[in-house]
Structures are given as C-alpha cells and as structure tokens.
Ligand binder design. Sequence first.
Ligand SMILES: *Cc1c(COP(=O)(O)O)cnc(C)c1O
Length: 473
Amino acid sequence: MKYISTRGKTAPMDFSDVLLMGLAPDGGLMLPEYYPLVDSETLDEWRTLSYPQLALAVMQRFATDIPYVDLKDMVERTYTADVFGSAEITPVRQLEDNLYILGLSNGPTLAFKDVAMQFLGNAFEYVLKQKEARITIIGATSGDTGSAAEYALRGKENIEVFMLSPHGKMSEFQRAQMYSLTDDNIHNIAIDGMFDDCQDIVKALQQDAEFKAAYDLGTVNSINWGRILAQIVYYFKAYFAVTNSNDEKVSFSVPSGNFGNVCAGHIAREMGLPIGRLIVATNENDVLNDFFNQGAYQPRPTDKTYVTSSPSMDISKASNFERFVYLLLEKDSARVHELFEGVKSGQGFDLSDVLDAVNTRYGFAAGKSTHADRLHTIKFLYEQYDELVDPHTADGIKVAKELQQDGEVIICAETALPVKFAETIVEAIGPIDIVRPPHTEGLETLEQHVTVLDNDAKLVAEQIRQYVKPNLT
Ligand SMILES: *Cc1c(COP(=O)(O)O)cnc(C)c1O
C-alpha cells in the first residue's frame, strides 16, 4: 500500500514515512492510494475478534511495510484493559430503542483522542527506532489534544515533546492533567496569550526550515494519518456490538470539529462496513453543518469563531475535510489544490452541484447544536435515564435524535467524559458529584510543572535548544 497526497504533487510513500508527517510537501494531506474492500465473509470473521485482534486486522491492510509480528506487538501493547478500563476498549451501551452510546473516552485523558494517540505513541517509538531517528514534537493545545499527546508520548525513546497552551485559559482539570506529568521528555509551556498565539508560534518554528532540520521538529496534529487509521477500528467494533448479521445497517452520530473522527467512519464505510448514515454534529461553529446541508463550504474568520461550551469543536475550518473532498471530486487533485489554496486565504467554495452524491453515495447528514441545546440534552438524559454525558457528546445525541429516521439505528460517539467539563454539567443540572475514574482521583492536588513565557517564538526556540541537541550540519 502506497500513500499519495490530495494535491497530487508528492511522490508515493510508505506507511512508516507518512506516519511521521504533518502536511505533505505539496500542502495536501496524505492518504492511501485506495481504500481496501472488506467482503461479507471477512466481516463475519472480524465479528468475533477482540479489540487488539480487530485493530491488527484493519491496520495490517494499511501499514503494509511494518512486519506482522511488530504491528501485532504494537496493538497488543496499546489496547489493554489496563489503559482503557475494560477489555472491550470502546464499549457500547444502549440509551433507547435504536439509540446507543459508543464509549470512546475511557483512556488516560478521558477523551476519544486517546484511542488513536496511544497507538501513535507506540508506532512513533517503533518507527524512529527502525530509522535510527528522533523527533521533537511541538504542538499547541487548548485542552484535549495536548494532554492526549503527552500521555501517549511520555517516557518514549527518541521523542521530546514541547506543548504550548494559553496561560490560564484551560480548565483546572485539563491543567492538572498536563502539568502534573513528571517525565523528562515532556515540556509544558504556558504562553501569555490565546490559543491562536500558541498555534502561530508552532507555525513560525515549523516554517523556519533551518531550525526545523536542526531539531527534527514534528507534530501530532489531527491531520496525522496514523490517528485516522487507528480511529477506523472502533467503527467496525461498534457495528459488530449492535448487529447480528451484515445485512443490518447502522448509522453513527459524531460530534465534529476537524473532521478527523467522522473521516475515519467515512473510510470504514468506503471499505464496505454497512454504515447507513454518517451524521456530522457541530456546535455553533457550524461550517460542516452548512456544507453537508447546502453544499457550500465557508471557513470562519478568527473573529467569527466562537468560544463555546463544547470547546474541542471550536474550529474555523475542518482540517481533515480535504480527504473527503478529494474522493468526492473523483481524485481531481488539481481542483482540490485550487479549492483548498482558496480556503487558506479565507475563501469558501460551492459544491452544491454534487450535494446529492455527498448525501446518498457517501451517506453524510449533518445538524447543529447550541449551548441551550447541550444544556437541555444533558439535563434530559440525566433525569430520564440517569445518564451523564459531556457537552460534546450531548451535541451528537441532540443531532442524532433530531435527524433519526423511522427504524434507523444510531450509535452516538462519546468523545469525552463529563468530569472534564464539570462547569457545564453543573450549569445544566445543578451541583452534583461527577464520577471520575480512580486514576484521576486527587489529580488537582499534584505538583504542577510548567514554564510560563511571553508570547514570543524566540523564547520557545530557546527552550527547545536548552533540552535538545542540534544535528551537526
Ligand atoms: C477533538 C474532539 C472533538 C472533535 O473531533 P474531530 O476529529 O476534530 O472532528 C469532539 N469532541 C471532543 C471531546 C474532542 O476532544
């Protein structure tokens, strides 16, 4: 299996090379040359597999340059009951007739990003060892991504992590999660500024070609192919959990921001998993809702990107969306290049002429949920079913219930646990004790390690120089 860029100007590459990449050199996103088909007989075989066995079966079709035994070892070390709270890894529970919740948030940082990031940590370490290379990860986070990356990469060989966060802007729980880590290779940097300032610093350093080469800079952001790949697995797992035969169809509702999670569902569907509809749920930052309903895509300027109570979906543009558009436009990479170069400078595009294919051929639907909607949904589920969900998951359930058709089975992705967003839970239902997993007991009382810096890329570069030796040129 070779990997190519959506922009068509990057030579085909192997999985191991793509794994360590951010954007392709031509500015596009990397993806496999084709999505391998899985027939009904194979689905039957996969139905009874354990999570790590299923992960191996799926990933083996994409990571063809990694020896079977090594990939097996990697997924077995990643997907354990110890790390994810149960042998099921991503357990499904029933909410109502035809409505289920897929628990994706039982990993170390209580958000779905752990499922992919934990794999990525092991895969990075493996590939770097094979290549006798190292990597210096720099990232910007407003919460979930940074902690998931740090918990996945802590203590890993040949990897240093510098994670920038806006000083004083994350929740107490999120700060405690990141700053309490004591591993030598994890460096927390709080920037006197906003999330966008952190992101600008990361961009500035990444674009300094000399600095990048000297320190082997890399990223683990949401466009990483390894993350998408790892997420495909739980769509299969969830489908098997609620069906008895491959004749049944199941839909998924996915709280979406950068289109990473639901993109994995889209690929599972392309591989032949009998998925009915892929329901994209957005918050007030509704660029995807507009596209999937009207066919027009218009990225938001920064001053129109709202800060909401489902903050992990507060995006101005959906960075993985290009992977779907590439397929939708029948792999016309010149057209994709033109459209997304426009997006880079704030322009939108209109594909309403193919909206029918988006909905029928590819199964996409979308809806939107607001602050009032998520408060109402959290309260309703709590009072009706004694079921507590986080604000992002609430967005997905709200949209699922709104769009559900007669007899349609929908699985709603639980993308974080409520304890991470206690403030909004309390706003919705009043003061209550929110259950937290044992490993997070007393988290906020641990000593915190963070370096506070002025909003200046040079100061961050200095920090990196202090801990990482430059390559000799
Ligand atoms: C990252 C995140 C999302 C959005 O996922 P995408 O892959 O960016 O669409 C939704 N909910 C939570 C809790 C997240 O952390």
